[in-house]
Design a protein around this ligand. Sequence first.
Ligand code: NAD
Length: 253
Amino acid sequence: MGQSRLQGKTVLITAAAQGIGRASALACADEGARVIATDINQMFLDSLAAESSSIEVKLLDVRSDAAVAALAAHTPALDVLFNCAGMVANGNLLDGSEADWDLSFELNVKSMFRMTRAFLPAMLAKVETQGGSVSVINMASMASSIKGFANRCAYGTTKAAVIGLTKSLAADYVKAGLRANALCPGTVDTPSLRGRIASAADPVQAEKDFVARQPMGRLASVDDITPMVVFLASDESRFVTGQTLLVDGGVTI
Ligand code: NAD
């Protein structure tokens, strides 16, 4: 059992059925939060709900204006919005497809714009009436928005945009009690990473290459990332806003 660092807080997480989102949902619930875990994968959501009575699951495609608006209309004001959904597209400027570029912007950036516009008014109203502060956590990445990596043109561009969006939110709403921060993990062992390794021409070499770029000599686990999520969600980070927080195992030393 955790230490109730998020007692009384309502936390909504996108892409929470697996990977970092799922681990974050469990970590926030363990710290006493009421968690609304959303994703497009009902089966994995159901298995998540079975793990904690503090986690309520909702099917949500963050690319749908209507679905996001409907959920916002039926959800009490949040204390924390964790925009975690995002995808990795392979490719450089010339060989990456335009379809991947558009989809990356839609899922990695526009979804955060859409989610935040839908949930922010009630969050700000809550601060105005009840005091305190609310927190938006946006999932960026160490690669390639902070440090350049090959074959991540669309990905790195979108994650850099996430950082810009986060700083703009932080600047615009700092006096209204909103904190907004971008989380930048190194390479994390998640189902999507396993998929990228499996689809490489030489999966064994691909895994070695991912590990080789981590100075600590290993990939991150999701549990290496969730303490930063809990910190940013909690009042412990009350003086932290507009930041890009790297949890990268030393890649950017
Ligand atoms: P993952 O790819 O393992 O899981 C992604 C989840 O997103 C799945 O549950 C999937 O159903 C859901 N999803 C896909 N499309 C969706 C949509 N339209 N609406 C809602 N949910 C949708 O996750 P991960 O590897 O933990 O990545 C999560 C986030 O972390 C992404 O934004 C990713 O860019 C970022 N990130 C990952 C790593 C890494 O190495 N894994 C590193 C840095 C940043």
